[in-house]
Design a protein around this ligand. Structure first.
Ligand SMILES: Cc1ncc(COP(=O)(O)O)c(C=O)c1O
Length: 465
């Protein structure tokens, strides 16, 4: 298929081919996929064609405010990644974790070795790391680490003294992944019903309690009453799917202290927050790193080039022999790509600059989008390049149309489900438009992005069909 330039049109036969080809992929959106196809992309710009309507086949230039489900921090086709993939393919080999690999050692020592990038938070003599294919698999390993901490491998029975700790605390609106073990950590009926529920019976049963996120008093009360029954807490430093919910200052540090005081493991799901909040880790405040027992990072870690995650856990946490071996654990090529990408982020200070640029972006989103259309939007929230605008009941009811208008205006945004109905009489939270552009987006790109979002929203508000 010859790819036409922006403003030109594909032939009806080519549009039909794209439509039919799309139908060959399983539709996980129950018929709600967007009727657009991407023809090519470079940097922040994607060339997309509508597959339906009078403009079907017309090539649009669309700026990316999504980063491929928030994973492509260097945008599309970055020269540094082209080089890293070429070098990695040529030299690194493919040995597994059963033996060492130079590429893997170079990555890990630069991160966790003396003077390493993250050694202040995760010194290599106290933490060790493992690679997985995806965020979900990383969280699955984290869950295994938690469960096996309460398991005596020699006696093959619960560890003396931890039999009563069968409860995990998770949060309403949280999203940790789709794999079997993690479904129990989702408190949404829609995601859970009809799937196997883990047993809650002793000695190995698992109970999960849910609390509304970012509510300090409710958290304190829960720990005072249940601290001795808890084995672990799973927390996102900013809730993503829950609607980009930023906890109040001090909340995460207090959670870490409560965990330590009550001998409870703290698991930070930083799959989404990694490298987006103006820092590498969302578990950070003005005092510095907030300690965790297990941290899972993913998405941007793979630079949009490899699908990978990393589990960083205290050294005393491990699973039984051969219990979590994975074909993909920090493959040498993956390690080389991560190392090169992380070096680039540091060199260019792309993570740090997302702090102030993100603040400017939120100011603009508030003025030009939220305040300009108060019947459609409630508020803007976020940190760095992880931002959300909560919808109102009115706009939430026409979400696909809103998104389509914004794409037609040249900006690709995503929508998060929102935390919905919460316990303790807290207000309903509606879905949120997520604006999480790749880190390569500069100040001018962000201004243009907001202008395009505003244009699309105006068309939607005017009722353009
Ligand atoms: C906070 C969080 N945890 C875990 C996951 C699962 O990651 P993956 O889709 O790579 O399995 C996601 C994905 O959206 C996420 O946002």
């Amino acid at each position: 298929m010859k790819v036409p330039s922006v403003g030109e049109k594909l032939s009806p036969q080519d549009v039909e081919r794209l439509r039919a080809g799309m139908a060959l992929q399983m539709d996980h959106y129950a018929g709600g996929r967007l009727p657009f196809s991407c023809l090519k992309a470079r940097g922040l710009v994607q060339h997309m064609v509508p597959l339906e309507g009078p403009d079907a086949g017309l090539v649009l230039e669309v700026m990316d405010a999504s980063g491929g489900y928030a994973s492509a921090c260097l945008g599309a086709g970055h020269p540094r990644m082209q080089q890293a993939l070429r070098d990695g393919l040529e030299d690194t080999g493919y040995v597994t974790d059963e033996l060492g690999s130079l590429a893997r050692v170079q990555l890990l020592e630069e991160l966790f070795g003396p003077g390493g990038l993250w050694a202040d938070r995760f010194p290599g003599d106290q933490y060790h790391a493992s690679g997985r294919n995806s965020g979900s698999e990383g969280l699955e390993l984290a869950l295994r680490l938690v469960l096996e901490t309460g398991f005596d491998r020699r006696r093959l029975s619960p560890k003396a003294g931890r039999e009563g700790r069968r409860t995990i605390l998770a949060f309403e609106g949280a999203w940790h992944g789709w794999t079997g073990g993690l479904v129990s950590l989702l408190n949404r009926r829609h995601y859970r019903l009809g799937l196997p529920q883990p047993t809650t019976e002793a000695p190995y049963g698992l109970e999960v309690s849910f609390l509304p996120y970012a509510e300090p008093e409710i958290l304190e009360r829960f720990f005072a009453e249940n601290g001795s029954k808890l084995s672990a807490v799973f927390v996102e430093p900013i809730q993503g799917d829950g609607g980009i919910i930023v906890p109040p200052p001090g909340y995460l540090r207090r959670l870490a202290a409560l965990c330590r005081e009550n001998d409870v493991l703290l698991v930070a799901d930083e799959v989404l927050t990694f490298a987006k909040t103006g820092r590498f880790f969302g578990m950070t405040d003005e005092q510095g790193p907030i300690p965790t027992d297990i941290t899972v990072i993913g998405k941007s870690l793979g630079m949009g080039v490899v699908s990978t995650s990393m589990v960083i856990a205290r050294r005393e946490l491990s699973v039984r022999s051969s219990g979590a071996v994975s074909t993909s654990d920090l493959r040498p090529l993956t390690s080389a790509v991560l190392r090169s990408g992380l070096q680039y982020l540091v060199q260019e200070k792309l993570v740090e600059r997302a702090g102030p640029l993100g603040e400017e972006l939120r100011g603009r989103l508030k003025k030009d989008v939220v305040d300009a259309f108060p019947e459609l939007f409630r508020e803007v929230r976020g940190l760095g390049y992880m931002n959300g605008i909560e919808l109102t009941e009115k706009s939430a009811g026409a979400l696909t149309k809103l998104r389509t208008r914004v794409i037609e205006a040249g900006a690709f945004v995503e929508f998060m489900a929102g935390a919905g109905k919460r316990s303790h009489g807290l207000r309903y939270t509606f879905p949120a438009m997520r604006i999480a552009p790749p880190l390569i987006a500069g100040a001018e790109d962000l201004r243009e992005l907001v202008a395009r979002i505003q244009k699309g929203v105006r068309k939607f508000a005017e009722g353009t069909p």
